[in-house]
Design a protein. Structure first.
Length: 452
């Protein structure tokens, strides 16, 4: 069947090359498009160009011809011209079907030119204008393929939220200090307001080994704070910028996953610098090691270790060393929901008595496998106890207990270019034998994440 169709297409092409005016008389535009598609599918991009150029000489706004031209030029490795043709098609396309085709061929031309990050953007555009679910799935599949070939991976994050405690202040107005009441300044009390956080992480994947991958990671984030009118009344001398936080990091991660083995090993190192209130806060170096193992088809366990050195820039007395160990377990239920449990132990050493402490934590989590009314759900609860052997505020040391919970919702049916909104509800309370450190917070955070 293929040979007669190719012969027919070649005959049409011969008619075009013999004389464009004759071809326009004898062939309809639709016949020429069909013939061009057959030639393209059978590996004849040069002859395809002859047909589409004839179509475009008849109608420079023929979007289908521009799409075919972009594909043919790409096959001829003329990627700059292929991108120009695709861009013209996108600009002239008046319906989703043609806009989808234009975006897809633009992504193909960019990927062939090794501009894979730009290709991913155009595939997101294609997904946005996809005329039907099948076309959307095609764009998502192509996005996944291009991303797997792209050494660079970019993750963007943005969230905005009201918060009852933007400064991590005390929920009390005063506390007892060795039997004497002490009033807290306004800035030391919990202040309500609004937070906006933006961040980006760039990951560069080095050439993988037979059983391993190595990645370089670079990230930056900024949290801005605005105080509510009530907070300004409580702390008239404070501004939101006093509680702003930002950080930059650079790191490396090496992952080992032996073939047909239930074990996995991850090793990493991160160096970072952060600022608080616009002033240098600290430099830090983190080392991480993770070991995970699958047990059967539904269970997995993970053991993670981390060590961190923190050089405080605002107060060298508060510089610290920290060691952490976490043991986690994940269970997949019969309905494919996931349950998670994690136990953590940590110790911090410092010359500052308000920094040196031991900590123990328990975290429980649940992730719903299937969306509920188009909303993906997950939830978690965590309890943490910190023991400070010594404290300036209590003769017997200090003990803090914190209980927190969160509920995360992802709205899959509200989609723009493959990004969907998320809503996170968080609540927490800290109770301490030193009233200064009693705290309570509640927040709603609206953000966005990639759907594919």
């Amino acid at each position: 069947m293929r040979l007669p169709r190719l012969t027919w297409a070649l005959a049409l092409c011969a008619g075009v090359t013999a004389g464009a005016a004759d071809a326009e008389t004898r062939l309809s535009p639709e016949e020429m498009r069909v013939a061009a598609q057959i030639l393209l599918d059978t590996g004849e991009p040069g002859r395809t160009l002859e047909l589409v150029d004839a179509l475009l000489s008849r109608d420079p706004g023929d979007v289908q011809a521009l799409i075919l031209k972009s594909q043919a030029l790409r096959d001829l490795e003329r990627t700059d011209e292929a991108q120009a043709a695709a861009r013209s098609a996108w600009r002239l396309a008046g319906e989703d079907r043609l806009r989808f085709g234009s975006a897809m061929v633009m992504a193909q031309a960019l990927a062939s030119d090794e501009r894979r990050t730009a290709a991913q953007l155009w595939l997101r555009r294609a997904a946005e204008v996809a005329p039907d679910p099948g076309a959307r799935a095609e764009a998502e599949e192509a996005f996944t393929y291009v991303r797997s070939r792209n050494p660079w991976v970019f993750d963007f994050h943005f969230s905005a939220s009201p918060s009852s405690n933007v400064n991590n202040g005390s929920r009390r107005n005063s506390f007892w200090f060795y039997g004497f009441p002490v009033d807290l300044s306004g800035a030391a009390r919990a202040l309500s307001g609004y937070e906006a956080t933006a961040g980006v992480t760039a990951t560069y994947r080095l050439l993988p080994g037979e059983y391993s991958t190595t990645e370089l990671r670079f990230s930056a984030m900024q949290k801005s704070v605005w105080l509510s009118s009530e907070a300004k009344r409580i702390a008239p001398g404070a501004t939101g910028s006093d509680f702003a936080y930002s950080a930059i990091e650079a790191g490396i991660r090496h992952q080992i996953d032996p073939v047909q083995s239930p074990f996995g090993i991850g090793l990493g190192a991160t160096f970072g610098h952060n600022w608080y209130g616009g002033e240098d806060l600290s430099d830090y170096l983190q080392l991480q090691a993770e070991f995970d193992r699958s047990i059967g088809r539904r269970d997995a366990v993970q053991l993670a270790f981390a060590a961190e050195r923190n050089w405080r820039r605002d107060s060298t007395l508060q510089s610290s060393d920290e060691a952490k160990a976490d043991f986690g377990w994940v269970r997949q239920l019969a309905n494919r929901d996931r349950l998670q449990a994690e136990i953590g132990l940590a110790r911090t050493w410092s010359r500052s008595v308000e920094m040196a402490h031991d900590a123990q934590s328990l975290r429980l989590g649940w992730t719903k496998a299937e969306p509920v009314q188009g909303i993906r759900l997950s939830a978690g609860v965590e309890f943490e106890r910190r023991d400070y052997d010594r404290s300036r505020y209590a003769p017997g040391g200090r003990q803090d207990d914190r209980l927190s919970a969160n509920l995360s919702m992802t709205f899959e049916q509200v989609d723009y270019m493959g990004f969907v909104p998320t809503l996170q509800v968080t609540a927490g309370e800290t109770r301490s034998n030193v009233g200064l450190f009693d705290a309570r917070d509640f927040g709603l955070s609206l953000g966005f994440e990639s759907a594919f």
